[in-house]
Design a protein around this ligand. Structure first.
Ligand code: FAD
Length: 524
């Protein structure tokens, strides 16, 4: 499975885009971001300092959270990576592929990992987090998500917070040839109604938002830091948080977070402490937050003991209930060049699958020639298949070991079969006819790169085999610190005072078609 998966993920990874989009936020100029004035290398921080709030992880949720808290409180944001600004691969959509494959073990903005399922995956290691390396598609959560998430939402604030994010970093894309054809093909194959451009989650076919502007420049959660009160916030980059400092033990006195220990890039150690009613807030993502709880002695007692980690709080579900939404699809070379495009259109089907597309122009390495690869893929809602995370090492810089158990739940497999079948119907639509080649005996067909769908779309067995054989990730992994198991409805860590988690690790289902909008809203 690993080889095929690698081929299929490559087919998606080789996507980059220069397609244009029109602005719904104010500026399209790539100016020097104003947040740089309060970002410093961790080496420049004193050995000990105190703040009202310490946020661990300057990612998709962490940046808007820090900006928001800085209005009234003194905030320290600690990010293990550097800044995206000034790195062309990160700042322009044409660099999407390069930034995903140009990885090294300790310092690149993308940290690559392979789950124990054999599926290659990636996470952000840079200010802005995974929103600084992602495909930029922006779409709000579905209504069901708010109920299922278990989180206590205030819907007026939810709405205001989405708008706050969108004003700064979301754009309306202008579709070119491939995305327009996919829109038409989805409508023709019954993914209706057509809802035009919308940031909301509405069944049918729609054009979503993008965090790439009309010139292809990326905005990320890091840009939301520009909303901060600059006199109340400090951002330390290249600051690896190693432990949460805790007092008490849950048996005799309540356990509380009082600060963190972090290490700078030359090996210097620093302590940041919280003052008064302040808190430590983990926003280190679905892998980083459970990892830090475990390393700090908050987790399943037998497991922590087996790792030689002193147990402060027995919390059996830390690292459990980890999920990733499987991606399946096909890629082909069309008879004429396509524009670059990342995801701009989505088909929200009524059978639990979302259909998306992308296209990329790939240069040959040896000759000055190019070819285009068009990709059509589906992601399922949920998922129901449950995985888990465990430590590979007590060194925080080593990625935890994760297993997602893709498609192990029969409902997920059924949804994948429905989604890939819908891809088959899309491929048969007249809107796709022009993307085929004239083959021998007057037959017309697609020229596939990697696996094609089974001939017999009606066979559940064959479609199920295709799903299992070609499974990849769409990078929407979540969970590990889920609500009601590890955190309460206000995202406070159960049994520990002054400690919260605000990121994708608290989700037990993925919101809407794509999670970044919801995570930025939640941070706000
Ligand atoms: P992150 O944004 O990953 O933030 C976690 C931060 O914590 C990181 O910056 C990390 O460096 C930092 N950190 C971790 N551990 C430590 C530590 N010990 N000390 C200090 N800092 C630490 N979603 C969409 O909606 N649309 C898309 O088009 C899309 N495409 C994607 C493409 C890719 C390649 C990827 C990887 C993801 C994509 N996603 C997309 C998913 C989305 O980007 C993520 O779900 C989301 O960004 C996760 O947000 P988060 O706040 O939970 O974590």
């Amino acid at each position: 499975m690993a080889t095929l998966t690698f081929l299929s993920i490559l087919a998606f990874l080789i996507l980059s885009s220069s397609s244009s989009s029109s602005s719904i936020s104010q500026s399209e100029e790539q100016q020097t971001p104003s947040y740089l004035q309060f970002v410093l290398n961790a080496t420049q921080f004193p050995a000990k300092e105190s703040y009202d709030y310490i946020i661990v992880g300057g990612g998709t949720a962490g940046c808007p959270l820090a900006a928001t808290l800085s209005k009234c409180f003194n905030v320290l944001l600690l990010e293990r990576g550097g800044i995206p600004y000034g790195r062309p691969d990160l700042m322009n959509q044409e660099g999407f592929l390069t930034s995903l494959i140009d990885v090294d073990s300790l310092s690149s903005p993308t940290e690559a990992f392979i789950s124990e399922d054999g599926v290659p995956n990636a996470r952000g290691r840079v200010l802005g987090g995974s929103s600084a390396i992602n495909a930029g598609f922006y779409s709000r959560a579905d209504q069901e998500f708010y109920k299922k998430s278990g989180i206590k939402w205030n819907y007026r604030l939810v709405n205001q917070s989405y708008k706050w994010v969108e004003k700064e970093i979301v754009f309306k894309p202008q579709l070119k040839n491939w995305q327009s054809a996919i829109r038409d093909a989805l409508i023709e194959s019954g993914v209706r109604p057509y809802n035009g451009f919308s940031l909301n989650h509405i069944p049918g076919t729609k054009i979503g938002g993008s965090t790439f502007d009309g010139a292809g420049n990326r905005r990320s959660a890091a840009d939301l830091l520009s909303y901060s009160n600059g006199s109340n916030i400090k951002v330390a980059i290249h600051a690896y948080v190693e432990r949460i400092l805790l007092t008490g033990d849950s048996s005799s006195s309540p356990t509380a977070a009082i600060g963190v220990i972090y290490r700078d890039e030359i090996g210097g150690y620093h302590r940041a402490m919280v003052t008064g009613k302040g808190e430590v807030i983990l926003a280190a993502g679905a892998l980083g937050s459970p990892q830090l709880l475990l390393l700090s002695g908050i987790g399943p007692r037998p497991y922590l003991s087996s790792m030689g980690i002193p147990v402060t709080v027995h919390s059996p579900s830390v690292g459990q209930y980890l999920y990733d939404n499987p991606r399946n699809g096909i890629s082909f070379v069309p008879p004429f060049p396509l524009e670059h495009s990342l995801i701009q259109v989505v088909g929200i089907t009524d059978s639990g699958a979302y259909i998306e597309a992308a296209s990329n122009i790939i240069p040959f390495s040896t000759v000055p020639m190019y070819f285009t690869v068009a990709t059509l893929m589906e992601k399922i809602i949920g998922p129901n298949s449950v995985g888990s995370l465990r430590l590979a090492s007590t060194d925080v810089r080593t990625n935890p070991l994760v297993r997602f158990n893709y498609l192990s739940h029969p409902i997920d497999l059924a949804r994948c079969i429905n989604g890939t079948r819908k891809i088959g119907e899309v491929l048969k639509s007249s809107a796709m006819e022009g993307f085929k080649f004239d083959e021998v005996y007057g037959r017309r067909d697609f020229r596939y790169v990697g696996p094609s769908l089974p001939e017999n779309l009606t066979s559940d067995r064959e479609m199920g085999q295709f799903c299992r054989r070609t499974v990849g990730t769409i990078w929407h992994y979540h969970g590990g610190c889920v609500v009601k198991k590890v955190v309460d409805r206000n995202l406070k860590v159960i049994q520990v005072q002054s400690l919260r988690v605000v990121d994708g690790s608290v989700f037990s289902v993925s919101p809407g078609t794509n999670p970044q909008a919801t995570l930025m809203m939640m941070g706000r």
